[in-house]
Design a binder for this molecule. Structure first.
Ligand SMILES: Cc1ncc(COP(=O)(O)O)c(C=O)c1O
Length: 437
């Protein structure tokens, strides 16, 4: 007998076979994809504003990525870099090191996931400074492994019930200008957060015991929170003053998303280490730590690495990504997408009662949904979920973020054609208007 909906059947199978520990932002079951469009197993077409959570800045199945993978698959799938090196690892390392800001000798090393890059950046910082403590921020997200979830600045569902956590991790305040602490003005927020950090050195951990401060240049999972001006450069100064390694986590912001190749370039900040993931591999699992050669050479040989890190297939994809960024000028495209999305988002913030804030950098844009614009009470997560599902029903894949799960963010491929961008924005507008009525 013919089934009416393959997607429904597969969703039922997912429920029966797959751990419920993994999130389900939508109930779409995808068959294939091209650039900024995906088709589900029943043939329904969607515009994709999630881009594999920011991994697909060059679009789904970019022909150059697919060709590079096909060629590599016939040549060499794996050796483990620990066992034997291969040329495209070194070539990808060269391209990445050239792209990373900062003076002085630089190096890199590849891993599989963003979490793995973050874990290892902390290990490098500890080995280099011979100190133990690490500072991250409220509302931060650095991944789901034990150290990463300890760094995360959101408790539920990431940490609840999963302790004990890694030791020597401290949380400082991140400047979230839509929700500043009571009595602190937007103009004073940078100074306030930097002063709070200095206070932390007195109350929780001495600066000379801190190995690293890790910060997202725009908080991703935290709801696309752009720090107030001067905050990142202030952190740079704090790190310089106290001999602390500054790790900038560009896993979500990296590769042109914010309208510069790296988000930290907006403030001219040079990190000691940078963590990279997601769009480096166009969907293939590859991540990296890059930066100061002295820090990257501080760990004992054999202390860092893994079976798959910098696998030949992932390196082949990364090399294609570097070429595509240049040939298609995707950093510039991030700015033009960003301008269009911002115009629409700002308009919704001014007109629709549930849109409390419109923010972002380049094409990394978000709206924060509220139940009440005056009190800024978050729109309940269940209502946000309804909006996301309504969008999917109307043919748009979009995902939420934020500590209150009330932010809708855009991570569409930077290769998205204008008509798909417009179509996606029209769908989102209709869903928001329906929810505002
Ligand atoms: C800033 C940041 N760091 C780290 C991670 C973890 O990356 P992964 O999920 O590949 O482990 C993420 C994932 O969303 C991220 O946004």
């Amino acid at each position: 007998m013919l089934t009416k909906s393959k997607a429904k059947d597969l969703w039922e199978l997912r429920g029966r076979l797959v751990s419920t520990g993994t999130a389900a932002y939508t109930d779409v079951v995808i068959d294939h994809a091209q650039n900024a469009k995906v088709w589900d197993v029943d043939g329904k077409e969607y515009v994709d504003f999630a881009g594999g959570i920011g991994t697909l800045n060059v679009g789904h199945c970019h022909p150059k990525v697919v060709a590079a993978l096909r060629e590599q698959a016939g040549k060499l799938l794996h050796t483990s870099f620990h066992v034997a090196a291969y040329p495209n690892y070194m070539e990808a390392a060269r391209r990445l090191v050239d792209a990373v800001p900062g003076r002085g000798p630089k190096k890199t090393i590849f891993f599989n996931s963003g979490s793995e890059a973050v874990e290892n950046a902390v290990k490098f910082a500890r080995a280099y400074t011979k100190r133990k403590a690490v500072i991250s921020f409220d509302n931060a997200f650095h991944g789901r492994t034990l150290l990463c979830l300890t760094l995360d600045g959101k408790y539920k569902p990431l940490r609840q019930g999963l302790g004990p956590f890694a030791g020597e991790v401290y949380h400082a305040r991140f400047p979230y200008s839509y929700r500043p602490p009571r009595g602190v003005s937007a103009e004073d927020l940078t100074a306030y957060c930097l002063e709070e950090l200095e206070k932390l050195f007195l109350t929780d951990v001495a600066a000379e015991d801190v190995a690293a401060i890790i910060v997202e240049p725009v908080q991703g999972e935290g709801g696309f929170v752009v720090p107030t001006k001067g905050f990142l450069s202030g952190l740079r100064q704090v790190c310089d003053r106290h001999g602390i390694v500054l790790i900038v986590d560009e896993v979500q912001t990296g590769f042109g998303r914010t309208g510069r190749f790296w988000a930290m370039e907006h403030e001219g900040v040079e990190p000691d280490l940078i963590t990279i993931g997601k769009s480096l591999g166009a969907g293939m699992p590859i991540s990296a730590v890059a930066g100061s050669a002295a820090i990257l050479d501080a760990a004992a040989t054999g202390a860092i690495g893994g079976t798959y890190g910098g696998n030949p297939m992932s390196c082949a994809a990364a090399l294609a990504v570097f070429d595509i960024f240049k040939e298609e000028d995707l950093v510039a495209r991030a700015n033009s997408i960003g301008r269009k999305v911002q115009e629409r988002f700002d308009g919704w913030r001014d007109k629709l009662k549930i849109v409390g804030d419109s923010r972002g950098l380049g094409a990394m844009r978000a709206i924060e949904l509220v139940a009440d614009k005056k009190t800024k009470a978050p729109l309940p997560a269940a209502k946000v979920k309804d909006i996301v599902h309504d969008c999917a029903h109307r043919g748009l894949i979009v995902i939420k973020a934020g500590v209150f799960d009330n932010v809708i963010r855009t991570l569409m491929p930077l290769t998205i054609p204008e008509e798909d961008l417009e179509r996606g924005l029209d769908v989102l507008e209709s869903a928001l208007k329906g929810a505002s009525a």
